[in-house]
Design a protein. Structure first.
Length: 420
């Protein structure tokens, strides 16, 4: 790599090299990184978004609302679809590849210093390096406020070094139980560890009762104001899907908690223009073809709610790939009643379930035998086959994993970057 300035390829190569060291919880390395980079996370105000589903959409929507209220707004998102650079946004746009590369280079130099002070088996992780790069770049861009999406959980997530003014809890479901705990209450407690003294905690509509109870307890413990968002956004939302209506309503409540008051026309303008890649993203017509990264049972249930709006009575063919650590049965149970045919495939992740395993599970769950299925290991060929099965008047939906969406959006032959 160049001793002067890295290219975006250098930056992505460095980040992929950190996959070897896996994922390790703890905030000590992150605090050291922030000190080495001169505390960039303290040079702007922050809104911290945690939850099981809807975090990326809500983060983008909060940023869009604030941007339209004449603030310079940054955002940090995870995961990405094709390039790591998608994770850092300023003024409603991904940062330029060169700026991203330099941000990662700064973080890499800081990480090298931190690594020298740590045990050999306690190195800076990929997500920590990415988060440090994001916080550094947002400071360099002199944003007024940044909307930051947590990675996994909250308590030990690298983003939890923020002195955030507003915290947002989207939903809480049973996911990552190996790390976050076996119950909704346990998981909520881990996510709510981001609440700060005297802050405002905004919670999503329809939160699980145990999670809501934990939210109220966390707010009381920290002397934080608790705001429960409505399910109604109050404006027309361009992003498709009923779940996006709820996400925007939550984003509106969070933006209002930060600013105090909002102007309706500016909120309406944000709702009319904000888009969320990989969520009911239409990529082709005749047949209408959409990609959605729902990757757990709760996410697929929210997606299924919106399928009648998508299909408008037309036959639906699905392309599905699911990771082995997900509740594949729960996800298929939500999806199968809405489809006529499924093409099971395998995404790029080594954790992807074999298509034959998914087909066998489908057969067990489809008691009526009304859903036909077939196997195609290559995602692009699977999508082409589904489009053929649907015909010009049908609808195709590819879902089950963000990795599958990334495979289908990446240029042919390009390896998508890690999803960590």
């Amino acid at each position: 790599m160049s001793a002067q300035h890295w290219s975006v390829e250098d930056a992505e190569r460095y980040l992929r090299s950190l996959e070897l060291f896996g994922m390790r919880f703890g905030l000590d390395r992150m605090h050291r990184l922030m000190t080495t980079l001169d505390q960039p996370e303290r040079r702007y105000e922050t809104i911290h978004v945690v939850g099981t589903n809807g975090k990326s959409s809500t983060t983008r929507m909060i940023a869009a609302i604030l941007q339209r209220h004449d603030l310079r707004v940054g955002a940090y998102l995870s995961p990405h679809l094709v390039s790591f650079a998608e994770r850092i946004r300023v003024a409603d746009r991904d940062v330029e590849p060169r700026a991203f590369a330099r941000a990662v280079e700064r973080a890499a130099h800081a990480a090298a210093l931190v690594d020298r002070s740590q045990h050999a088996d306690d190195r800076v992780t990929q997500f920590e390096a990415l988060t440090a790069a994001a916080f550094s770049e947002l400071a360099a861009r002199e944003v007024d406020v940044a909307v930051i999406e947590a990675g996994l959980g909250g308590r030990w997530d690298a983003t939890n070094v923020l002195p955030s003014k507003v915290q947002v809890l989207t939903t809480v479901g049973l996911e990552h139980t190996r790390w976050l705990g076996p119950t909704v209450r346990d998981i909520a407690r881990e996510k709510l560890a981001v609440v700060r003294d005297g802050a405002t905690l905004v919670i999503g509509p329809g939160l699980h009762p145990d999670a809501e109870e934990e939210a109220r307890a966390a707010a009381e413990r920290h002397g934080a104001k608790l705001v429960q968002a409505s399910a109604d956004p109050g404006v027309e939302v361009a992003a498709p899907g009923g779940f996006q209506q709820r996400n925007f309503a939550l984003a509106r409540a969070a933006a209002e908690a930060y600013l105090g008051t909002l102007e309706l026309e500016r909120v309406r303008a944000a709702a009319a223009t904000v888009t969320v890649p990989g969520r009911l993203q239409v990529v082709a017509h005749e047949p209408l073809t959409a990609l959605d990264g729902a990757h757990n049972a709760e996410g697929v249930a929210a997606l299924a709610e919106s399928l009648p709006q998508l299909t408008a009575g037309r036959r639906l063919v699905a392309v599905v790939s699911i990771l082995e650590d997900k509740d594949a049965a729960g996800m298929l149970r939500e999806l199968l009643p809405h489809v006529e045919h499924v093409v099971f495939t395998r995404n790029q992740s080594p954790r992807a379930l074999p298509p034959a395993t998914l087909a066998s599970l489908c057969a067990q769950l489809d008691g009526s035998g009304g859903v036909r299925s077939e196997l195609e290991s290559d995602p692009r060929r699977a999508l082409a086959r589904a489009r053929e099965l649907a015909g010009a008047g049908g609808v195709v939906l590819a879902t089950g994993s963000i990795y599958l969406v990334a495979d289908l959006l990446a240029p042919a032959g390009q390896r998508s970057a890690s999803m960590l």
